[in-house]
Design a protein around this ligand. Sequence first.
Ligand code: GAP
Length: 517
Amino acid sequence: MDLMDKLVSLAKRRGFIFPSSEIYGGLNGCWDYGPMGVELKRNVKEAWWQDMVARHDETQAIDGAPSAFSMVGLDSSILMNPRVWEASGHVSGFSDPMVDCRETRNRYRADQLVIFGIVKDNQNNISIDENALLFASPGELGKTNDNELLAHHKKQAKKTIKALGEFKLIQIPNALADEKLRARTIAPSASKPGTLTEPRSFNLMFQTHVGALKDNSSAAYLRPETAQGIFANFKNVCDTARVRLPFGIAQLGKAFRNEINPRNFTFRSREFEQMEIEFFCKPEEADDWYLYWRNSRYEWYINLGIQKDKLHLREHETDELAHYAKSCADVEYEFPFGVSELEGIANRSNFDLRQHMEHSGKDLRYLDDLEQEKEKRRFLPYVIEPSAGADRATLAFMCNAYTEDEISGEKRTVMKFHPKLAPIKAAIFPLVKKDGMPDKALSIYRQLRTHFPVSYDEKGAIGRRYRRQDEAGTPFCVTIDGETMKDDTVTLRERDTCEQIRLPINEIVEHIVEQLI
Ligand code: GAP
């Protein structure tokens, strides 16, 4: 079993993540968080809100920020006036190229189908045989393992390979746009070439209707990002929150995209949660703020326990940038299925506010009245946007935590979450179900649960109870034994080292709380 299969299986077994509406066969791209998962994801979102919104300091520069700044929160509606999405460019441009296979009926994102050709390799003089077959393979561009692909297609391409003698595979860009190349391409799992359709544009927004009438006038969209709710409220926040530049508006909430190919567990879903900040600043200060947010967002994942060697900050090439973006970087994590984006940080210039000002006819310019009266100026601030996914972050924390090790000759699976993110902070066990131990354990359990989430377990051998908690990622187990009944001390077992210490009951809370900071 590969790591991802093991993780999906643990997620189900321990109540982290279930397929949505599973008893009816599920719904592709939708997932439910079980009792453990909901706590974990809440902790991820809470850590983000605390670190990004609540803990800022508007009187003094923090963590290497260019200056002090304010942060405020927002919770805008999922359904909005459809003109928002016209102004933002989502109606005309939020689409992916889609192709269908007529034989297998599978649907693919054209930009994620890697097309390979088998070519003769005459020392840098690569030539492609005009009649040779091409092979399509699903996978992020450039991330497919060429050797595996070659082995997979060897049988099918036997004749072609024979004719060519020395051969290797090369990737052929834009092959699907060319009718002749398409006719020679074998789709994944197809038996013959030429079954892929021409790529066509597919808008990712879910459309719905507001009110009783179902016509164009009542059409609306489920928001595909939370960001536009922030831009649409920019004026409201400026008018009411007494914020001065530079300041940020943060929002956390559901977003919906009709992804052509949801995959890799929760990584690409159709319903997911975003954690977005739109940070408004003077245009001349935007480059400095971009660097600040890029670094600060990278550090956030590290501070919550993501291994540094698995987290990358990738600056986009100029040709990858949207036309309005001045710069953009991705925080990427080495998932078991490949290196993939967790979060994007972009300098979006004043594009969004300008679009909404034009489409709404409302003046969204910021009045810089702190400056001398005669220099008072109105302008559209620049925006730095750190945009993260709560589900992707949760998945990364789960992949990062998953560990198989051996303690005293016994194999175990343990989720080594940062204590701050762990769903349950401590489990309380009476060693045996007699001699007053369950009552004592229950009274400790009731005392601790007023401070943080805890669980009580008196069933089975103590070793098995530890294993259950290891899989749930519980950082501490508290055992009530014979000595407890005499001197009011307990054993406290630490998840990662399995080391046990003896502690007076009245010191448990303090000991655990220290680890949660
Ligand atoms: N406002 C900018 C924006 O929405 P994005 O790169 O499309 O940018 C931001 O999305 C983040 O939202 C991504 O980095 C990812 O974490 C998350 N995200 C986007 N699409 C997703 C999907 N289909 N499933 C899960 N998370 C997704």
